[in-house]
Design a protein. Structure first.
Length: 148
């Protein structure tokens, strides 16, 4: 059975936006899903007013992984960091006019990659982990949540 992808998914897969790296990135986040093999890395360039001036991504994965990375970058580029923290996988799916149920995990990765990059940005700035607002939403190297 073939999966049905929306026109937006196919457009962002075939012509992804914001692909690449940022050499002097202010924040870098990398997440992956061992089950499917998708890996996403997000790079943020943030100005003194905490506006995301540039965002790039590198994704190794399927069409949905690439499309969700692409649309997520479009959704937060030019926005305040505080807005990037409110990005949800549901919003990513909606912006793409839907994803097949078995591919929704890609939208979760896109959300997590953005939030991991923001967490890295805060870490580089010396903002304590409990003030970075991302610990509940993402896994990053200084994650110190209590075991559940």
């Amino acid at each position: 059975m073939a999966m049905e992808y929306s026109e937006k998914v196919m457009e962002h897969f075939a012509h992804p936006h914001n692909v690449g790296t940022i050499e002097d990135a202010d924040g870098i986040g990398e997440v992956g899903n061992a089950k499917c093999g998708d890996i996403m890395r997000m790079y943020l360039k943030i100005d003194e007013n905490e506006i995301i001036q540039d965002i790039k991504f590198q994704t190794f994965g399927c069409a949905s992984a690439i499309a969700t990375s692409s649309i997520a970058t479009d959704m937060i580029k030019g926005r305040p960091v505080s807005e990037a923290l409110t990005l949800t996988n549901k919003a990513v799916v909606e912006a793409l006019d839907g994803l097949p149920a078995v591919k929704v995990h890609c939208s979760v990765l896109a959300e997590q990659a953005v939030k991991a990059a923001v967490a890295d940005y805060y870490k580089r700035k010396g903002v304590p982990c409990d003030e970075c607002e991302t610990c509940v939403s993402c896994v990053h190297e200084h994650d110190h949540r209590e075991e559940e």
